[in-house]
Write a protein that binds this ligand. Structure first.
Ligand code: HEC
Length: 165
């Protein structure tokens, strides 16, 4: 039932983007990409909501890296903490069989659930260690944990996320 709602919503968004394309040619207007909602989706729409959460993790990671590269460790702390908090929600946002046309979640998530959970926990651990290191202004530890953290994103995506269509 939930997934039907997601499909219906996506159908609407697709027709909107076709229209936007038409307008674009006519008036030079540009619209946001359909996969980047401007506000939080209904938390009951599992796929849309977890995509939103993941994209917020991505936005925090990008901003955090910029701050760390610029030596602003205490400012990066907040982004690391947000990622750590988000990571604790990953398990609950992948109920068994929750896929849709819009989702890039692989079946392997539920076939090897323990490995998926372990990967989410690795992200929590790395992001939390990074939060602590940033709070202590420890540049060496920050770099080390940042590398570990990005390794967990890639590790989980390689194993559990379908390639972009
Ligand atoms: C435990 C596994 C796991 C971890 C760890 C993880 N992700 Fe993801 N991520 C996924 C899965 C699975 C999807 C696809 C979800 C879907 O489409 O239903 C996803 C989707 C995304 C998306 C949305 C874009 C898209 O269309 O797929 C972004 C952005 C993203 N992740 C960024 C990150 C970043 C940055 C990190 C690390 C800081 C991270 N993720 C850590 C599993 C993970």
């Amino acid at each position: 039932m939930k997934e039907m709602v997601v499909r219906a919503v996506r159908g609407v968004l697709i027709s909107v983007s076709v229209m936007a394309g038409g307008l674009h040619t006519m008036g030079g207007l540009s619209f946001g990409h359909e996969n980047h909602p401007t506000q939080m989706p209904d938390p009951q729409q599992t796929v849309a909501f977890r995509t939103y959460l993941m994209e917020n993790i991505g936005a925090n990671a990008k901003e955090m890296k910029g701050k760390i590269d610029a030596g602003k460790l205490s400012e990066a702390k907040m982004n690391a903490a947000a990622i750590a908090l988000h990571s604790t929600r990953i398990a609950a946002l992948f109920p068994e069989g929750s896929t849709s046309d819009a989702s890039r979640a692989k079946e392997e998530i539920w076939q090897t659930w323990d490995a998926f959970l372990a990967s989410a926990t690795e992200l929590s651990t790395a992001a939390n260690a990074l939060t602590v290191a940033a709070g202590e202004d420890n540049a060496t530890a920050v770099k080390e944990h940042m590398q570990k953290m990005f390794g967990t994103c890639k590790g989980c995506h390689d194993q559990f996320r379908k390639p972009e269509e």
